[in-house]
Design a protein around this ligand. Structure first.
Ligand code: AMP
Ligand code: GLY
Length: 418
C-alpha cells in the first residue's frame, strides 16, 4: 500500500520511520516532509489546505491511506473532503477535531460531562477580561481560544503580565484569529502528563503514559514551546491512574462525540495535570503529540499501519496492540537559538551520522532541509534525539551522550528531560 503522510515535523518523521517497517507499506510520500523524511520515502510539495490538490495527488499515486499530522490541517476539514472522495484517511473530521481547535467547545463538553478540568471563563471583550484579571488571585492562565502552535498559553504571575498577554492575544492578534476569544482559567498545580488513545469512533485503546516538557528552559522556566523533550512510559504514572483517565475522560468524550454525530477516529490526546485532587484535563488534542510520537514509535511493537487501518475501519476491538515490555524511551529536542521567538535558519548541522552509530539512537528530523547536499537548520525545533533503554535512566543517559555529538550554531536544549 502507498501512504501519504502530511506534515513536516519530528512527529511525521517518526511516523514515516515506523510505517516504513511495515511489510504492507510499498511507498511513503510525505508532504512537505523534511530532510529526515526523505530517507523514508519521497517528499512532495502539496498545498495541503487545498483539498482538491490532495485528492488529485492521492488518486494519481494510488494512495491507500493518508495520515495527517498537524492540527490546522485537521481543522481545515481535509478528512471530510477525503472521506467524501472515498479515500482512506487517519484522523478526525473537522467536527470531531473541534475538541482541539475550539477551547470553548472542549470546555463546554467537559462541563456537560462532568470531566475534571480547570475552572475557566471565556471573553471576547478585552476590557471585561482585564477587569476579571484585576479581581482574581495569581497565577492565572490566559489562553487564546483557537489554535496557536502550542504557544497560545501564558501563565501570568501578576496582573501586569496578564494585561500584556491579553493585549498581545486580543488587540495585537499575535496568534491571529485564534485570539478572537480568550479563556482565563485557574492555575493547576501538579505533574503534567500526555495521554494518547487510538480511537475508531467506538473503541479507545490507551498508549502507555508519556511526559513532555513544554517550557523552553530547564526547571520549567521561560515561555511555552511545542515541546522540548519526552519520555515514555512515565515511571510514576501507575496503570490505575491511566485506567481512571480512560474511564473518566477518554471514554465519556468518545461516547458523547459519537452521540453528537461526530464519531472520533484518530488520536485523542488529552493533556492532563495530576493534581492533589486527581487528574484534570488541561486541553484536548486531536492528533499525535510532538515530540511524544518520537518516543512512542521507539517502543511500539505492533505494526503501526495495521493499527491505523483498524481505527479507520472501526475494527480496533479486533486488534491486540503491543508495546515493548521493559523498555523506556527518551527524546530530547534540539532547537534553534531564539526559539520559541524569532530564530535564524540555514545553519549547517553536523554529527548525525556519528550519533546514529551509537547504541539505540535514532535522530528524528523536524526543522531541517538539504541544500546543495548539505544538511541545514530550517525551523525552531530542529531535531529530536531519541534512545531506548531497559530502564528510563539508561535511555536518558544514551540520549544525552548523542545530544553532545550533534551540533549547529546556537543549538539549545533542555538538560533536565526526565
Ligand atoms: P494547552 O495548550 O492548553 O495544553 O496549554 C499549554 C501548556 O500550558 C500546558 O501543557 C501546561 O503546561 C500549561 N497550562 C495550560 N493550562 C494550564 C493550567 N490551567 N494550569 C497550569 N498550567 C497550564
Ligand atoms: N507536545 C505537545 C503537543 O504535541 O501538543
Amino acid at each position: 500500500m502507498n501512504i501519504l503522510i502530511i506534515g513536516s515535523g519530528g512527529r511525521e518523521h517518526a511516523l514515516a520511520w515506523k510505517l516504513k517497517q511495515s511489510p504492507k507499506v510499498k511507498k511513503i510520500f510525505i508532504a512537505p516532509g523534511n530532510a529526515g523524511t526523505s530517507a523514508c520515502g519521497e517528499n512532495v510539495s502539496l498545498d495541503t489546505l487545498n483539498h482538491q490538490t490532495v485528492i488529485d495527488f492521492s488518486k494519481q499515486h494510488e494512495i491507500g491511506l493518508i495520515v495527517i499530522g498537524p492540527d490546522d490541517v485537521l481543522a481545515s476539514g481535509l478528512v471530510n473532503a477525503l472521506q467524501n472522495s472515498g479515500i482512506k484517511v487517519f484522523g478526525p473530521t473537522k467536527e470531531a477535531a473541534e475538541i482541539e481547535w475550539s477551547k470553548s467547545f472542549a470546555k463546554n463538553l467537559m462541563k456537560h460531562l462532568n470531566i475534571p478540568t480547570a475552572d475557566s471563563v471565556e471573553f471576547t471583550e478585552i476590557e471585561i477580561a482585564k477587569k476579571y484579571a484585576r479581581e482574581h488571585i495569581y497565577p492565572l492562565v490566559i489562553k487564546a481560544g483557537g489554535l496557536a502552535l502550542g504557544k497560545g498559553v501564558i501563565i501570568a504571575d501578576f496582573y501586569d503580565q496578564a494585561v500584556t498577554a491579553l493585549e498581545n492575544i486580543m488587540t495585537k492578534k499575535v496568534f491571529g484569529a485564534a485570539g478572537d476569544t480568550v479563556i482565563i482559567e485557574e492555575f493547576l498545580q501538579g505533574e503534567e502528563i500526555s495521554v494518547h488513545a487510538f480511537c475508531d469512533g467506538n473503541t479507545a485503546v490507551m498508549f502507555p503514559s508519556a511526559q513532555d516538557h513544554k517550557s523552553i528552559f530547564d526547571g520549567d522556566k521561560g515561555p511555552n514551546t511545542g515541546g522540548m523533550g519526552t519520555v515514555a512510559p512515565v515511571p510514576t504514572v501507575s496503570e490505575s491512574i491511566l485506567l481512571r483517565i480512560e474511564c473518566e475522560v477518554v471514554l465519556p468524550i468518545l461516547r458523547e462525540l459519537k452521540d453528537m454525530g461526530r464519531p472520533f477516529k484518530g488520536i485523542l490526546f488529552p493533556g492532563i495535570m495530576l493534581t492533589k485532587d486527581g487528574p484534570k484535563v488541561l486541553e484536548f488534542n486531536a492528533r499525535f503529540g510532538d515530540p511524544e510520537t518520537q518516543s512512542y514509535v521507539r517502543i511500539l511493537k505492533t505494526d503501526l499501519l495495521e493499527i491505523l487501518l483498524a481505527c479507520v475501519d472501526g475494527k480496533l476491538d479486533e486488534l491486540q496492540i503491543e508495546w515493548e515490555k521493559n523498555m523506556s524511551s527518551c527524546c530530547v529536542v534540539l532547537a534553534s537559538k531564539g526559539y520559541p521567538g524569532d530564530y535564524q535558519k540555514g545553519l549547517p548541522i553536523t554529527g548525525i551520522t556519528e550519533a546514529e552509530k551509537m547504541e539505540d539512537i535514532v535522530v528524528f528530523h523536524a526543522g531541517t532541509k538539504l541544500s546543495d547536499n548539505r544538511l541545514i537548520t530550517n525551523g525552531g525545533r530542529v531535531l529530536g534525539i531519541s534512545a531506548t533503554g531497559n530502564i528510563l535512566s539508561e535511555a536518558v543517559e544514551k540520549t544525552y551522550r548523542a545530544v553532545e555529538i550533534v551540533d549547529f550554531a546556537g543549538k539549545q536544549y533542555r538538560k533536565d528531560i526526565a
